[in-house]
Design a protein around this ligand. Sequence first.
Ligand code: AMP
Ligand code: MG
Length: 315
Amino acid sequence: MQTFVTDSPEEAAGYLNRGETVAFPTETVYGLGADVFNPDSIAGIFTAKGRPSDNPLIVHVQNPERISEVAGEINGAARLLIEKFFPGPLTIVLKKNRSVPDIVSAGLPTVGVRCPSHPVASAFLGFCNHPVAAPSANVSGRPSSTDWKTVYHDLGGKIDCLLRGEQSTIGLESTIVDCSVNPPLLLRSGAVSIESLRELLPEMKIATSCMPGEAPKSPGMKYRHYSPEALIVLVESPPPSFPEGEPSAWIGLSATPEGAVQALRCKSPEEYARVLFGFFRTCDAHGIRRIYCELPPEEGIGRAIRDRLFKAAGD
Ligand code: AMP
Ligand code: MG
């Protein structure tokens, strides 16, 4: 299969409307989309990524009015979140409509819905006839793609179209809140922080899958995720030195220790989130064997970074 690369949201939507798979930029990470109501196209996503079929996809809509095309009742908690955080890096899980094929929801009675704020994503979704089901645009298990070249590296020749855009500004996948249960349940941490969610939903619970080291409870969380080839070493502060003879890398907020072959010192947790997956990929390209990752403070987006680091380390 040849992958057609374009800068035109309208052209990319044409591919999608014809039943083909299209990778597109969003503010969180790049997505690999297909028409939510076309099970054959959706199957193409699973094949291209090598994704297990019991891992549901997030459905992307251009604006909140279109949520009713895939979800039933929008309850009070969901309404509050939609009003405050849509469009943006938040996915809400709702009871699904019958029209949503099982392949999208992995057989669950629910559907995850997100409305991206990225202007190219928004334009693309506006040209699509139906909502777009999309997981992250990477080979399953690998770090999510935050730029179009990485998408091409992983999926070139396996998908029909790639809509090119800028690098993702957030760099980590969306926060997910399950609103189909009472009280609502945080399933995945992201740029929309627990602190800001709790302002609206003080009763919200946190799934064990969001707790580093805990057994996963939500779909999709049980798989190895976000992993580079190198061994991930999690540290609270920089090591005094790196082991001899093994090319090592450093990423964190503190000053870079001596002897790192690749290194990134981030000015803020937001920058750390934005560059993390790209750094993993760079390290792989340079044959790095160990990546020392500094755990950021457990607040704001720091919590999401920690979550991805623990999962990448195979914890
Ligand atoms: P990805 O963006 O590639 O991480 O894939 C979407 C993720 O969203 C899945 O791995 C699930 O963890 C989550 N998700 C999607 N739909 C649902 C749902 N109906 N219920 C719970 N989690 C969901
Ligand atoms: Mg993913």
